[in-house]
Write a protein that binds this ligand. Sequence first.
Ligand code: HGY
Ligand code: MN
Ligand code: MN
Length: 414
Amino acid sequence: MRNLKIDGKRLWDDIHETGTIGGTAKGGVRRLTLSDEDRRVRDWFKAQCEALGCSVTVDAVGNMFALRPGKNPNLPPIAMGSHLDTQPSGGKFDGVLGVLAGLEALRTLHDNGVETEAPFLLVNWTNEEGSRFTPAVMGSGAFAGALKVEDVHAKADRDGVTFAQAIDAIGYRGAAPVGGRKLSAYFELHIEQGPFLEAEGKTIGVVTHVQGMRWFNGVCTGVDGHAGATPMFKRADALLSVARLVDRIDKIARSHGPTAVGTIGELTPAAPSINVVQGEVRFTIDLRDPKDEVLEVMEAEVRAAAAEIAAMNGTSFVIERIWKAAPIPFDADCVAAVREAAAISSHATRDCISGASHDAAYVQSVAPAAMIFIPSADGLSHNELESSSFDDCAAGAQVLLDAALLYDSRLAGR
Ligand code: HGY
Ligand code: MN
Ligand code: MN
């Protein structure tokens, strides 16, 4: 395998250039899926790939595929990718790093006139974050056949705008069919979004699994009341009930050991007012653990806690599960390629189970896949202060390129 070196400065400049598209005052990025900011960064991405001679296709849910031909057109491509959409108060690196590192890998091949055995494919997956339209990893989920295209198109955001309306508004409903596209392998570079690599002084995370996760929409119903005239004994306070459930979910997650997590990320009174006892509150629940059987127990405990709280407070809960993703182990050969690639650059590594969902998890259900992590400063992500270092971004991009080339040389029988 030739000793090809990525250009860390070019990658770093791209990260900061794209960070201005939807950039926030605090140095973060707000680039919701299918927003005008998303359109702008998609246009930028398409132009960069076409400048390299890649052909760019877009499928009916907006997934973007940049293809670089290889020697053997009969081989399914080796893919790299991630996502360009962000959380409402997200950072410059979540998802973006994986797409831009893949772009840097293609540029390095192009600059050195390297012809790979298999074609190489760079992917920008639509709506990985699942913040505007739930669930998360929507584009890769549709690609893997886990979500129906018509269901994706019908999803509506909080303002009632459907996915179909939003994607048409930015002109990214592509003509290509969704899924059914064979891949030889898929590699995704991503920031860890947690504290462990930094705490242990490791540069590269060799991601062996993505943990399981379950999302819920909840509604708690009580009785609207006058904050002044309604005695405490007479109340059916929905906000109090949800507040108690928040505390119980925290306790349930902590009771299942260091890997289980439970979060209420949205809590929306129907008619917020300083002097009204709230009669209806909508909320969301996010439960995760590497073991599905633990998630099963956690879900049952959350439902039991809600029933107990409702009985005590004279309120009622409806909790609907809207997403269930099983824990995913990555392909052993792809993980081995990541491990070997990290060794080429002599990086200290740590095996990781991803706490966050990633497009690679759905891709693994249709093609061999693996992921590479680099450290997140202070373990921060989904936070405007999210950051990773120049050296770690460059290290991750080098490992991404080397892992893909190692896999390519295997396919060539070298
Ligand atoms: O929720 C997640 O783990 C991802 O950031 N969408
Ligand atoms: Mn991400
Ligand atoms: Mn994210």
